[in-house]
Design a protein around this ligand. Structure first.
Ligand code: PEP
Ligand code: MG
Length: 761
């Protein structure tokens, strides 16, 4: 029986072993074995949904006849297992044969069993399978046992969903269905990318080190030996340093470390892996993993704890290996950058011309990395499901940024199909480029100003090429992120000057530093439990007037003789913040204007990003020159959905009726005070949404350069009258899916289908 105290440990151990299995079937076999042992029961079996043939098929079983696996199938509601799936809840019976739903499957030999406990495996509301334990003698499994199985099933559900999505469950999905390994994730930047996967992993993170072939095996072995020596000397130094302070027993630990490092078996195994043509970090990962698994399978808890030491040593050796090699890898042409968590800084490491796609296991389409990918026009998928990062490095990958599909080593026909789509996309974007010098004007004469969002110097040129009428949002935190300390006033001035000059005489809206939330500066860490509700944007800069004033002076100085500057304040949630910020802007302006007579006063505006600002829109508009809606944050805060959390990303939709109503209210409030209003969140670059924004009367839409021609196309093809009629219809709808379908249909009918899916037509 499972004792409460050990339940958590046992659970963790099983989940870890299952996650480390080589394939899905092996994972399930390990799972049923371990559950049977842990629950001290006679049988454990797992049934999984078969999407092709329907029903649930027995995938692994302990305590059943071998031949039953893959043969026994139950329909929902059929037998007790089918009933668990249908009712979506556990069934716990002392004597199963007495239940009216009991059905006997002769292949299994389960006639011997009486006690039955079945729990459904559920992921995102879908029943993916059923986990069953059985026992010879009649008895009811107790509450702790039931809780154990329910918890285990919930923990395994994500992995099962992934395996089903990728078709990697042999026997469940027919082989001809598996053309390539397919992963799924959230589409985060439209487009199709075909190229070679380069796995990016944080320094000394052994888990995600990829396997890589090497040119010079001997040199690799030598590098490994040097790293071992360096790690050994670290430990000896540490031991010496702590000799007088640590008790004797604890010191013994260092001797264990040294023994492991000296042991021939570790070195031999790693060298053997290297000889099989794997680079030293990859070989090290494999060997350490094996040792860890072996140690963890031992029942003795003290010995199991030693797995941590092995892992720690692995990391130390890896750190030395990495110190020997260059830190920036060679990026091939058409790099598909893949990683557990791709940050803006990693992204910036790859030359833009070589970047064909991006896949990040963490984050969602609203994360800042996704926003930068869109700005660069690089197809991207965030929140991708996968646990096999090390295996993908160097392989050919297709990134379908429209549907969130990733194909690893695709079949030839699939590659051809995607190549054709990529080609059509190029033709479409060439056709869109022809719109460059035409105005963004509806057929019935409504003019909308189309601007770009930037933050990288790299996107100035593309923005100019698409005919942007200015910059609606310059994210100053991006250059701050690329520094290793706060940039000084002159440094900042030079950066802002580049943008102001490139776009003059068009307006350039520079947003003051917006850090906090998911935007951290490595040199200014902010640790909070709830960072999105914490010290963000204007709250930080008002608390640090010295940082704020340096930035304001740099921005204002950068505009000397150009006079095209707009300053924008992020995350405003009350009027006091605006008054205080305006005071500081005025102070910085007078200082600069003293030396530069004739310097135009910058226009100052605020971002509407939190619900409080929506209600204050009128009062805010009275105080400033313009309003700009940050729909990314506004959606997050109105819907209470974290913009970075892949688990709730299906709930994050800026076309939610509440967001639509808020947007209308903001436009009305600004116009009532005679002030212009723009929108600079990602919504502005969404063709379907642009129709509604046009109807609402936004004066300016600001978006990524890559999205701008598409939006111009929409505006030139929809009259304001038609857009208003569509908005009126949409407001009668009560769910987002319906709204999106309706608008997509309108776009298709206007002959602009290429804007919303792959290909050009
Ligand atoms: C927004 O929140 O919509 C916005 C434009 O700001 P950011 O995405 O940089 O938070
Ligand atoms: Mg924002």
């Amino acid at each position: 029986m499972v004792k409460q105290a050990t339940m958590l440990k046992t659970l963790q151990r099983i989940v870890e072993e299952v996650n480390n299995a080589r394939g899905f079937r092996e994972a399930m076999e390990i799972m049923v074995q371990r559950v049977r042992e842990a629950m001290n029961t006679d049988s454990c079996s797992v049934y999984l949904r078969d999407r092709k043939q329907g029903g649930y098929v027995l995938l692994a079983a302990e305590g059943f006849r071998e031949e039953a696996v893959g043969k026994v199938r139950v329909a929902p509601g059929e037998g007790l297992t089918g009933l668990v799936a249908q009712r979506e809840e556990p069934i716990n019976l002392a004597d199963a044969a007495k239940h009216e739903h009991y059905r006997y499957f002769p292949e299994t030999g389960e006639e011997r069993y009486h006690a039955f406990l079945g729990v459904p495996i559920i992921h995102q509301r879908k029943v993916l399978g059923v986990l069953v334990v059985q026992q010879h003698e009649p008895r009811r499994y107790d509450e702790a046992e039931e809780a154990f199985l329910v918890t285990l099933s919930a923990q395994l559900a994500g992995g099962v969903a992934h395996a089903q999505a990728t078709g990697s469950i042999p026997g469940v999905t027919s082989p001809d269905d598996i053309q390539a390994e397919r992963w799924v994730g959230t589409p985060a930047s439209l487009g199709v990318g075909i190229g070679t996967a380069v796995v990016s992993y944080p320094l000394a993170d052994l888990e995600s080190v990829p396997d890589r072939a090497v040119d010079d095996i001997d040199a690799e072995i030598e590098a490994y030996r040097t790293a071992i020596k360096a790690a050994r000397s670290d430990i000896v130094t540490l031991r010496g340093r702590l000799e007088t302070t640590l008790p004797r027993e604890e010191q013994a630990l260092f001797n264990v470390y040294i023994q492991i490092l000296d042991s021939r078996s570790l070195a031999k195994e790693v060298i053997k892996e290297i000889r099989q043509n794997n680079w030293a970090p990859g070989a090290l990962r494999r060997v350490i993993k094996r040792h860890e698994q072996h140690i963890q399978s031992v029942e003795d808890e003290y010995i199991r704890e030693r797995a941590i030491d092995v892992r720690d040593l692995g990391r130390r050796i890896l750190a030395h290996l990495r110190a020997q090699s260059r830190t920036v890898p060679d990026y091939p042409d058409n790099t598909i950058l893949v990683g557990e968590e791709i940050t803006a800084a990693t992204l910036a490491e790859v030359p833009v011309k070589r970047l064909a796609g991006l896949i990040s296991l963490k984050g969602s389409s609203n994360s800042h990395t996704a926003i930068i990918a869109r700005a660069l026009g690089v197809p991207a998928i965030m929140g991708a499901e996968s646990r096999s990062l090390p295996n993908i490095d160097g392989k050919e990958v297709i990134v379908d940024g429209y549907h969130g599909h990733i194909f690893v080593e695709p079949a030839a026909y699939l590659r051809q199909e995607y190549q054709r789509l990529a080609e059509e996309e190029r033709e479409l974007s060439d056709a869109l480029k022809k719109l460059r010098d035409l105005p963004a004007e509806t057929p019935d004469g409504q003019r909308v100003s189309l601007c770009v969002n930037t933050g990288l110097v790299a996107d100035i040129t593309p923005a100019l090429e698409v005919g942007a009428e200015g910059v609606g949002l310059y994210r100053t935190e991006v250059p701050f992120m690329l520094h290793d300390r706060f940039p000084g006033e002159d440094e900042q001035r030079a950066i802002y000057r580049q943008v102001l000059e490139a776009f003059a005489p068009h307006p350039v809206t520079i947003r003051t530093l917006d850090i906090g939330g998911d935007k951290a500066l490595p040199y200014f860490p902010i640790e909070e439990d709830n960072p999105f509700l914490g010290w963000r944007g204007i709250r930080v800069t008002l608390d640090h007037p010295e940082i704020f004033l340096i930035q304001l002076r740099a921005i204002i100085r950068a505009s000397v003789d150009l006079n095209n500057l707009h300053i924008m304040l992020p995350m405003i949630s009350n009027l006091y913040e605006v008054d205080e910020a305006l005071r500081l802007v005025h102070q910085a302006y007078t200082e600069v204007a003293d030396k530069h007579p004739g310097l135009a006063k910058p226009k100052v505006g605020v971002m509407i990003e939190v619900p409080a600002a929506v209600y204050l829109a009128g009062a805010l508009a009275e105080r400033v020159d313009f309003l700009s809606v940050g729909s990314n944050d506004l959606t997050q805060y109105l819907l209470a959905v974290d913009r970075n959390n892949a688990r709730v990303s299906n709930l994050y939709d800026a076309l939610h009726p509440a967001v639509i109503e808020a947007l209308e209210k903001i436009v009305e409030a600004a116009h009532a005070k005679g002030k212009p209003v723009s929108i600079c969140g990602e919504l502005a670059g969404d063709p379907a949404a642009a129709i509604l924004l046009l109807a609402m009367g936004f004066d300016t839409l600001s978006m990524n350069a890559t999205g701008l021609p598409r939006i111009k196309w929409v505006i030139r093809n929809f009259t304001r009258k038609k857009a208003k009629a569509l908005l009126a219809d949409v407001k009668k709808m009560d769910n987002t899916a319906q709204v999106r379908e309706y608008l997509d249909k309108a776009i298709e009918e206007a002959g602009l289908g290429g804007l919303i899916r792959a290909g050009k037509s």
